[in-house]
Design a protein around this ligand. Structure first.
Ligand SMILES: Cc1cc2nc3c(=O)[nH]c(=O)nc-3n(C[C@H](O)[C@H](O)[C@H](O)COP(=O)(O)OP(=O)(O)OC[C@H]3O[C@@H](n4cnc5c(N)ncnc54)[C@H](O)[C@@H]3O)c2cc1C
Length: 575
C-alpha cells in the first residue's frame, strides 16, 4: 500500500478502482495488483467489511461458544457420561469475540496492504463519476471499476416496525446481555444460525417465516433442519403473514396471520434489569460457591495434612517421652524390701512429650542398719534432667555409704555440684532422710525442698526446709535435723507437684491441704501414695507438674516389745 489519502490520489490515474474494502474488495484488489495493475482500493466504514467485523467471524465465534453448551448437554446421551456447562457471563463471551475480530481484522486485512506497493488504499464513500469515482468531490481516475459494496440487513415491511426497537444480525451479535426471549423474523441461513446460537445460550427463541426455514433450500433440508430445531426447543412459526408489530412494556409483540386465517400474537421479552441483576447475582453466587468449594477443598487438604503431621509429631514426641521416662525409671533401682520399713512410691511425669521433668526418689539401705530416703527435683527437662537425676541418686548413695549425716551429705554434694554443673542456672531441690532402722531415729536435711511430713499417729507435722536449693552458684553448709519415729509413724516426702497441685478453679492445695489429706490416709504406704495421685487427678483432670512421692512407714521388727521414746524434733548441727 503506498497511499492513504484522497488528496494525494486526486487526479491520479489507476488501472483499477475497487469500491468496497470487504473480503471481496480485498480479494479483487490483491489479485489485480499481483497482475501488475495499479489499484485504488476505496473503503468506507470499518476496514474488512462484513465477514470479519459483523458477519462470519463474530457469528461463528459465538456459535462455537454456544455449541460447547449444547455438546455438554448432549453428553448425557451416552451411558455413564454427564457434563454441565453454563453461559455464566455473556458479556465476557462477547468481549472475547470482539478481541478475536480485532485481531483478525488487523492480521488478515490492515496488515496485508503494506505488502502491495501498487495498491493505494483510499478511505471514503465513493460515488460513480465520469472517468472514475468521486470521493468527497475529488475524482479518482480509473480505467476499470469493481463495485463490491456488500449488503446490509434489510428491514421487512411490517406495519409498526418503524416504532419498534428491533435488532439486526449486527446488533444481536453485540448485545450486552442475553434477552429473555427472541423473535427471529425470517428463516434464512443467518436468521437460522443466530436463532440456534441464542437458543443454545438459553434464550427462548421463536423463528417466524413466511414460507419455510431456509427458503432457498430444498424442502427436505428445511424439514430436517426444522426437526432438529424443534428438538433443541426452538419454536417455528412458518407459513404466516406478518400483520403488526408493536413495542410493549416488556419487549415486542408481533401479530401474525396463520395459514388457517387466524391471528396469533407472539412476544419477545427484552432483558429486564432485575432479571439481569438476578442473573449476575446467581453468577456471583455460583462463582463464590465454586471458589468456596475450592477453598473448602484446600482447607480440608491442609487440615488433613495438619492432622497427619501432628499425628507424626506426636508419635515422635511420644517416642522421645517414653525414652526419657525409661531412662529416668532405669535409674530408679528396683526397690528391694527394706526390713523395718514399709515403703510406697509414685513417680509421675505430667508433662507431655519429651519434656519429662527431673523428679525422682530413691530408697537404699546400708548394712541393714540405716535406710536412706531421697526425693529430689532437678532443673531442666528431658534427657538433661534424666542425667541429673541419675547423677544425684548415685552421688547421694555413694556419699551415704561413707557418711550417714544428711546435712553433711548434701553439703558435700553441693560442693561437687558447683564444681561440675554444666549450666549456671541449674539447680536441684532435694530432701534426704536417713533412718536408723533399729531405733527409729530419723536424721534429715532438705535443700530448698519442702515439704515433707511426719505422721505421728493422728498428728501430721510439716518438716521445714533446712537449707537453700543446691545450685551451680552456691555451696552452703546444710544442717541436719532429727526426729524419732515410733512403729506405725510415717514419713511422707514429695516434690512440689503435690503442694502446688490445683483444683479446677486454680486453687493450690498447699502444705495445709496436704496435711489434711495425709491425716485421712489409712492404707499401706503404696496404697496411700496411689490414693494421693487419685485425689490430685480428681481435683484437676490434668496433672500440671511432675510428681515424686515417697511414703515410709516405720515398721520395725519387735525388739522385746520395747519401743523407743518419742521425742520432739531436734536440730543437730551439720558439718
Ligand atoms: C451474520 C452474518 C454471518 C455470515 N456468515 C457467513 C459465513 O459463515 N460464511 C460466509 O461465507 N459468509 C457469511 N456471511 C456473509 C459474508 O459476510 C458476506 O457474504 C461477505 O462479507 C461479503 O463480502 P463483501 O466484500 O462482498 O461485502 P462486505 O464485506 O460487506 O464489504 C463491503 C464494504 O464496502 C463498503 N462500502 C459500501 N458502500 C461503499 C461506498 N459507496 N464506498 C466505499 N465503500 C463502501 C462497506 O462499508 C463494506 O466495508 C455472513 C454475513 C452475516 C451478516
Amino acid at each position: 500500500m503506498n497511499d492513504c489519502c484522497v488528496s494525494e490520489n486526486r487526479g491520479k490515474s489507476f488501472d483499477l478502482a475497487v469500491v468496497g474494502a470487504g473480503s471481496a474488495g480485498f480479494s479483487a484488489a490483491i489479485t489485480a495488483a499481483e497482475q501488475g495493475a495499479q489499484v485504488a482500493l476505496i473503503g468506507h466504514g470499518t476496514i474488512g467489511g462484513t465477514c470479519v467485523n459483523i458477519g462470519c467471524v463474530p457469528s461463528k465465534t459465538l456459535i462455537r461458544a454456544a455449541e460447547t453448551l449444547h455438546q455438554a448437554g448432549a453428553a448425557g446421551r451416552f451411558a455413564g457420561i454427564s457434563a454441565k456447562a453454563h453461559a455464566d457471563d455473556w458479556r465476557a463471551t462477547v468481549r472475547q469475540k470482539d478481541e478475536l475480530v480485532a485481531d483478525l481484522r488487523r492480521s488478515k486485512y490492515a496488515d496485508l496492504l503494506p505488502a502491495y506497493n501498487n495498491i493505494s488504499y483510499v478511505e471514503g464513500e465513493a460515488r460513480l463519476a465520469e472517468g472514475g469515482v468521486a470521493i468527497n468531490g475529488d475524482l479518482i481516475k480509473a480505467q476499470r471499476l469493481v463495485i463490491v459494496t456488500g449488503a446490509r440487513p434489510s428491514v421487512p415491511s411490517i406495519p409498526g416496525i418503524e416504532n419498534v426497537d428491533y435488532l439486526t444480525s449486527t446488533s444481536a451479535l453485540s448485545l450486552e446481555a442475553l434477552p429473555k426471549s427472541l423473535l427471529v423474523i425470517g428463516g434464512g441461513y443467518i436468521g437460522a444460525e443466530l436463532a440456534q446460537m441464542f437458543a443454545r445460550m438459553g434464550v427462548k427463541v421463536t423463528i417466524v417465516c413466511r414460507s419455510q426455514l431456509l427458503p432457498a433450500a430444498e424442502p427436505e433440508i428445511a424439514e430436517a433442519l426444522s426437526g432438529y430445531f424443534r428438538d433443541e426447543g426452538i419454536q417455528l412459526k412458518c407459513g404466516i403473514a406478518y400483520k403488526l408489530t408493536r413495542q410493549t412494556d416488556s419487549g415486542i409483540s408481533l401479530t401474525v396471520t396463520r395459514g388457517d386465517g387466524r391471528d396469533e400474537t407472539l412476544t419477545a421479552e427484552l432483558e429486564r434489569l432485575q432479571e439481569l441483576g438476578q442473573a449476575r447475582f446467581d453468577a456471583t453466587v455460583a462463582d463464590n460457591l465454586s471458589s468456596r468449594n475450592l477453598s473448602n477443598a484446600l482447607f480440608a487438604f491442609v487440615a488433613l495434612l495438619f492432622v497427619v503431621i501432628v499425628g507424626r509429631l506426636r508419635r515422635t514426641v511420644e517416642r522421645g517421652r517414653s525414652l526419657v521416662e525409661r531412662l529416668q525409671r532405669a535409674f530408679i533401682a528396683r526397690r528391694r524390701d527394706i526390713a523395718g520399713v514399709e515403703v510406697g512410691s509414685v513417680l509421675l511425669s505430667s508433662t507431655r512429650g519429651a519434656s519429662v521433668g527431673g523428679d525422682t526418689h530413691d530408697a537404699f539401705t546400708l548394712d541393714g542398719r540405716f535406710a536412706m530416703f531421697l526425693v529430689a527435683d532437678v532443673s531442666g527437662k528431658g534427657i538433661d534432667a534424666a542425667v541429673d537425676t541419675a547423677l544425684i541418686k548415685y552421688s547421694i548413695r555413694t556419699l551415704f555409704v561413707d557418711d550417714q549425716d544428711p546435712g553433711s551429705i548434701i553439703s558435700r554434694f553441693a560442693r561437687m555440684y558447683v564444681a561440675s554443673a554444666e549450666h549456671a542456672e541449674s539447680f536441684i531441690a532435694l530432701f534426704l532422710a536417713i533412718l536408723d532402722l533399729q531405733d527409729g531415729t530419723v536424721r534429715y536435711a532438705s535443700a530448698g525442698h519442702e515439704p515433707a511430713w511426719a505422721i505421728f499417729g493422728q498428728d501430721v507435722v510439716s518438716l521445714a526446709t533446712t537449707g537453700p536449693i543446691v545450685s551451680a552458684a552456691l555451696a552452703p553448709e546444710f544442717e541436719t535435723r532429727v526426729l524419732h519415729l515410733h512403729p506405725g509413724d510415717t514419713l511422707v516426702i514429695a516434690t512440689d507437684g503435690l503442694t502446688e497441685s490445683r483444683d479446677a478453679r486454680g486453687k493450690m492445695l498447699g502444705t495445709a491441704g496436704v496435711a489434711v489429706w495425709l491425716s485421712e490416709l489409712r492404707g499401706t504406704p503404696q496404697a496411700d501414695a496411689e490414693a494421693i495421685v487419685r485425689r490430685i487427678r480428681r481435683r484437676s483432670r490434668r496433672i500440671k507438674d511432675d510428681l515424686a512421692i515417697l511414703i515410709v512407714r516405720y515398721a520395725p521388727r519387735p525388739l522385746g516389745g520395747v519401743s523407743p521414746q518419742r521425742t520432739p524434733l531436734e536440730v543437730v548441727a551439720g558439718r
